[in-house]
Design a protein around this ligand. Structure first.
Ligand code: HPA
Length: 248
């Protein structure tokens, strides 16, 4: 069974058939909300809205450990993250869908490991490739099958939020080699890795990052809503194909 974590613009997975919710507790506290179990194209999936069912949890307060732990407890084979981002690279403008292959973590103060506490051995997981190549390949194949263009590969920068970045911060991220900027990719990705879960993301470009393109002087929040509404329909098509083509 695949898990889908929905971000801004995807708090509800309307395409889920015959769904029911289940509240799950974890040693790390409460996940962002009840898990939603249902079927997509006849296959079981579990959906979790990262910011809560009412979109009330900001990126720095998401209980990433509880979310990933709760999904692992459902014996999921992989986790597909849907996340809205700002585009730094000129060709990654509003509405573009991207399957990133690398990330840089600029967050701070988030609980970023399961391996801490008196009874936990010090553990260093390999994170050279932060996204599962297999699940990325499934997403790319799903996009092709759905006839939805996606960009294969990009470097995702994860900032702390919840504020958007300054133009100078985006310049710095670009110099660091980042193509996209979002606020929720970490520590979600590494926590999945620590529990041995396949993890990959579909990034939905909501806006040009601060200082770029039509965000040269400000980012229009009104425009973001409209972009996400349209793009999420395309994400739905890809997710439907992905649950069909992803074999564990
Ligand atoms: N920056 C960070 N996160 C984002 C942005 C952005 O410009 N757009 C959507 N999520």
């Amino acid at each position: 069974m695949l898990a889908i974590i929905g971000g801004s613009g995807l708090t509800r997975l309307a395409i889920l058939e015959s769904h029911h919710r289940r509240v799950v507790r974890t040693p790390y506290g409460e996940p962002s909300g009840a898990l939603v179990f249902g079927r997509l194209r006849g296959r079981d999936v579990v959906f979790l809205p990262r910011h809560g069912h009412a979109h009330t949890i900001p990126p720095h307060q998401v209980n990433y450990r509880a979310n990933i732990w709760a999904l692992r407890e459902q014996k999921v084979s992989g986790v597909v993250s849907v996340a809205s981002v700002g585009g730094i690279r000129a060709d990654l403008g509003p509405g573009v869908l991207v399957v990133p292959h690398q990330l840089i973590d600029y967050t701070h103060g988030r609980r970023g490991t399961f391996f801490e506490g008196p009874d936990q051995p010090v553990t260093h997981v390999d994170f050279t490739e932060p996204y599962s190549p297999k699940l990325r390949a499934s997403l790319l194949a799903a996009a092709t099958a759905a006839g939805q263009p996606v960009v294969d590969g990009a470097v995702y920068a994860c900032t702390q939020g919840p504020r958007l970045e300054t133009a100078a911060e985006i310049e710095r991220l670009a110099r660091d080699g980042a193509d996209l900027v979002g606020m929720t990719g970490m520590p979600e990705a590494v926590l999945a890795r620590e529990l041995g879960l396949q993890y990959a993301a579909i990034a939905v470009v909501a806006n040009h990052a601060a200082g770029r393109g039509d965000s040269a002087h400000a980012i229009s929040l009104e425009a973001i809503g409209a972009v996400l509404d349209t793009a999420m329909q395309r994400v739905h098509d890809i997710l439907e194909q992905c649950v069909e083509c992803h074999q564990t």
